[in-house]
Design a protein around this ligand. Structure first.
Ligand code: 13P
Ligand code: SF4
Length: 332
C-alpha cells in the first residue's frame, strides 16, 4: 500500500493514476464546489487550466484575491512563490499547489544568504523586492512589489530615499529608467524573459510591420528598447484589448496569449521567438508543470499543501501587507 506523503516527498505531486477514465474538467468543477475551494490561476498556465480557474490574473491581482477570499481552501495554479504568498496572507487556510517542483528561476537567482550579505553594504536603504522571491527574501524586505505596481511604489517614496531592489535586474533597471531613481539592484533574472531574441523579433517585425511589440519588463534591455508598450501581464492584456492595432508580437510567457485571443478573437497575436528556435523556451517550464490530472489529484487528496514556518511567515507578511496597502491607496 502506498503512502501518499512519501509519494509527494519523492515526486513533488500526487502521482496516482485513476483506474477508470476521469473527466477531469467535470470532476475538478464538482470537487471545488463540494470542498469550497477557490482556484487562482496565473496568466502563464495552460489555457485549459485558466478555463477551470475561478480567477485568472497577474501576481498582484492574485495576491489581492488570496487576501480577500472566503473559500476554505486555496488551490494555486501558478508557481511556488505565488502559493507561498497566498499562505502567508492566509496562515489558517489550506493552500494547495499541484506540483511542489513548480519553482521560479528568478526567485532562485536570489538566495537568502547571499542577499542578506548584500544588504549589509546598504544599511540605510529601503529594500523593495519583487513578489517573485522566496519567503526568506520577503522576510528581509520592507516592501514587496509586482510588475503592476513597482513604478508607483518607487515613486511613492521620498526622493532622497535610498533603495535596494531585488531580484530582477531587468525590471530594476526599467523602473530606474522610468522613475529616474538610482537604485542598488540585485543581479537576478528570469530564464524565460532573458532569452527572447532581439534578432528574431526584428525579423518578425519586418514580416509584420503593422504589428506592435508588447513586452514584459522582465525582458532584457534591447527587447524593452524595441517594445511599443511595456507592462505587467495584466497591463499587456488590457493594452491588447483597448489598442486599435490588429497584430501584436508578445514578448512574455506564451500562456498570456490564451486570454488575449479569447478577448480579441479578431486580432492576431504572435509569440516572440526565443534565441533557440528548437525549444519552446517562451513557455515557463515551471508554470507548465500544472496539469489537469495533477489538479484533479490535488483536489481529491488535498495535497500537496504549502506549509510554512510560522515565524518566517509572520516576518514575510509585513512587506506583502505594505504592498497591498500602498496598492489600495494608489487605486491599483
Ligand atoms: P505578472 O503577472 O505580475 O506580470 O508577473 C509575471 C511573472 O513572471 C510571474 O512569474
Ligand atoms: Fe519565474 Fe520566469 Fe516562470 Fe515567471 S516566467 S514563474 S519569473 S521562471
Amino acid at each position: 500500500m502506498y503512502n501518499i506523503n512519501d509519494i509527494i516527498r519523492e515526486y513533488g505531486y500526487v502521482k496516482i493514476t485513476a483506474l477508470q477514465k476521469v473527466n477531469y474538467k467535470e470532476e475538478i468543477l464538482r470537487l471545488k464546489k463540494e470542498k469550497n475551494v477557490v482556484i487562482l490561476g496565473h496568466y502563464y498556465i495552460d489555457g485549459e487550466l485558466q478555463d477551470i480557474s475561478d480567477f485568472v490574473g497577474d501576481s498582484l491581482a492574485l495576491a489581492q484575491k488570496a487576501a480577500s477570499t472566503q473559500a476554505d481552501i486555496i488551490l494555486f495554479l501558478g508557481v511556488h512563490f505565488m502559493a507561498e504568498t497566498a499562505k502567508i496572507l492566509n496562515p489558517s487556510k489550506k493552500v494547495l499547489l499541484p506540483d511542489l517542483n513548480a519553482g521560479c528561476s528568478l526567485a532562485d537567482s536570489c538566495p537568502a544568504t547571499g542577499f542578506s550579505e548584500f544588504l549589509q553594504n546598504y544599511p540605510d536603504h529601503i529594500v523593495i523586492s519583487y513578489i517573485n522571491t522566496t519567503a526568506d527574501i520577503k522576510a528581509l524586505t520592507d516592501i514587496i512589489c509586482t510588475s503592476s505596481n513597482a513604478v508607483q511604489i518607487v515613486q511613492s517614496l521620498p526622493i532622497d530615499q535610498k533603495i535596494v531592489f531585488a531580484p530582477d535586474k531587468n525590471l530594476g533597471n526599467y523602473i530606474s529608467s522610468v522613475t529616474g531613481r538610482d537604485m542598488e539592484i540585485w543581479d537576478g533574472a528570469c530564464h524565460v524573459h532573458q532569452q527572447f531574441s532581439l534578432e528574431r523579433i526584428l525579423e518578425l517585425k519586418n514580416e509584420h510591420p503593422d504589428a506592435l511589440i508588447l513586452a514584459h519588463p522582465e525582458c532584457n534591455k534591447p527587447v524593452l528598447l524595441l517594445a511599443d508598450y511595456i507592462g505587467s501581464t495584466s497591463a499587456l492584456l488590457k493594452f491588447s484589448q483597448t489598442n486599435e492595432a490588429q497584430k501584436y508580437i508578445i514578448a512574455t510567457e506564451s500562456g498570456i496569449l490564451h486570454q488575449m485571443r479569447l478577448s480579441n478573437p479578431n486580432k492576431y497575436f504572435i509569440p516572440a521567438p526565443p534565441e533557440d528556435s528548437t525549444c519552446a523556451c517562451n513557455d515557463c517550464n515551471f508554470m507548465k508543470l500544472n496539469t489537469m490530472e495533477k489538479v484533479y489529484n490535488t483536489l481529491v487528496h488535498e495535497l500537496p499543501e504549502v506549509i510554512l514556518d510560522e515565524q518566517l511567515s509572520k516576518k514575510a507578511y509585513h512587506p506583502i501587507k505594505r504592498m497591498l496597502e500602498i496598492s489600495e491607496q494608489l487605486g491599483l
